[in-house]
Write a protein that binds this ligand. Structure first.
Ligand code: CMP
Length: 355
């Protein structure tokens, strides 16, 4: 049981506190600020530090009580966020003390799910990224060598050594172009043009590798999550492995809050739904409740007619939705499931009052 539950800082509040602290740190570096404003900003930093201290105390007490919900690296960030500003307050002179609160930059990392994702992408794509980095290194050295040989006599102060020429090569290869060193000879300018073009190519390669890795990793996570959800719908257990993989890719998970309308009578329907968890209510003259494993919204896909009834969530409900094109794919690869869905739609239609 948590010792100070009220003080539990959740991810969004944690990010807001860190951002407020960092804005205060930045503002305190402006020279022409009044003494009162400085005091107010210092008080803001002190309050944030106090909240972080209480949060850390709560976590450590919880850990002692055997609750291991917080991982060690996350607690290490909390410890650093408290200890570094405290040490600065005790050991550093007044004007620079607040700068050490910049360590709160680490705080949002603690709760972020993006950085572990980025880590996995970098690991998966390490071979390709190292390959492009190697090409970058070779081009950089080659270009610096060429620029040194072409320009050293014309501009010895800027291209007098390979390290000097390398600075120009980095600035040009990255297409930044500070303009502090510019080739003057014709050959030097031709080289600069070629370097800029290859720079664009190399950075495009890097961006492409990362974007593809990101896309694949997100798709993989979606696939694993959908796979678990699909296992909760008995109808899909009739599918062979190949169709199951296709259907897992096609289904989109959705959480609907209690009371929300999922589809409305009279609307055109372009998807059907499978209930994974929770309950929905179909507003027929004798309202029907559907629970885990059931499906709805199939009638509009089969007949092309508008929705026959309004369906809303009775409880919070976890759904999987299937678009009409994927529904056709499911029907053609699994006639057995197509038959079950068609039969159910016919029964439901038969249950509707004529008129
Ligand atoms: P559709 O007409 O596309 O949209 C409303 C959905 O409510 C409908 O498909 C069926 O899936 C469902 N539905 C309609 N009537 C009944 C019924 N009598 N029993 C259970 N579900 C129904």
């Amino acid at each position: 049981m948590s010792v100070l539950p009220v003080l539990r800082i959740y991810a969004p509040l944690n990010a807001v506190l860190a951002a407020t602290g960092l804005v205060a740190v930045a503002a305190l570096t402006t020279p022409d600020m009044s003494g009162r404003s400085r005091l107010a900003l210092a008080a803001v930093l002190a309050v944030i530090w106090g909240v972080y201290l209480l949060e850390l105390a709560e976590k450590l007490l919880r850990r002692r009580a055997g609750d291991v919900r917080d991982r060690t690296p996350a607690i290490a960030i909390d410890v650093v966020a408290v200890l570094v500003p405290l040490a600065a307050f005790l050991l550093v002179g007044t004007p620079d003390r607040s700068l050490y609160c910049a360590v709160w930059l680490l705080k949002p990392l603690r709760d972020s799910t993006f950085f572990p994702l980025l880590g996995r992408i970098l690991t998966n794509e390490a071979r390709n990224l190292i390959g492009v980095a190697t090409v970058f290194g070779i081009v950089l050295f080659g270009v610096a060598l060429a620029a040194y040989m072409i320009e050293r006599d014309v501009q010895p102060q800027k291209f007098g050594s390979i390290p000097q020429a390398m600075w120009w090569a980095v600035v040009t290869l990255s297409t930044t172009g500070y303009g502090d060193a510019i080739p003057e000879s014709f050959a030097g300018r031709v080289l600069a043009g070629a370097v800029m073009m290859s720079g664009i190519g190399i950075f495009a390669l890097w961006a492409g590798i990362l974007a593809t890795g990101f896309y694949q990793e997100v798709r993989r996570e979606d696939f694993v999550r959908n796979w678990q959800l699909v296992a909760a719908v008995p109808l899909f257990q009739k599918l062979g492995p190949a169709t199951l993989v296709e259907i897992v890719r096609a289904l989109r998970p959705r959480i609907v809050p209690a009371g929300a309308v999922i589809c409305r009578k009279g609307e055109t329907g372009d998807q059907m739904f499978f209930v994974v968890e929770g309950r929905v209510s179909v507003a027929t003259p004798n309202p029907v409740e559907l629970g885990p494993g059931a499906f709805f919204g199939e009638m509009a896909l089969i007949t092309g007619e508008p929705r026959s009834a309004t369906v809303s969530a009775t409880t919070v409900v976890s759904l999987l939705s299937l678009h009409s094109a994927d529904f056709q794919m499911l029907c053609s690869s699994s006639p057995e499931i197509a038959e079950i869905i068609r039969k159910t739609a016919l029964e439901r239609r038969g249950a509707a009052p004529k008129g």
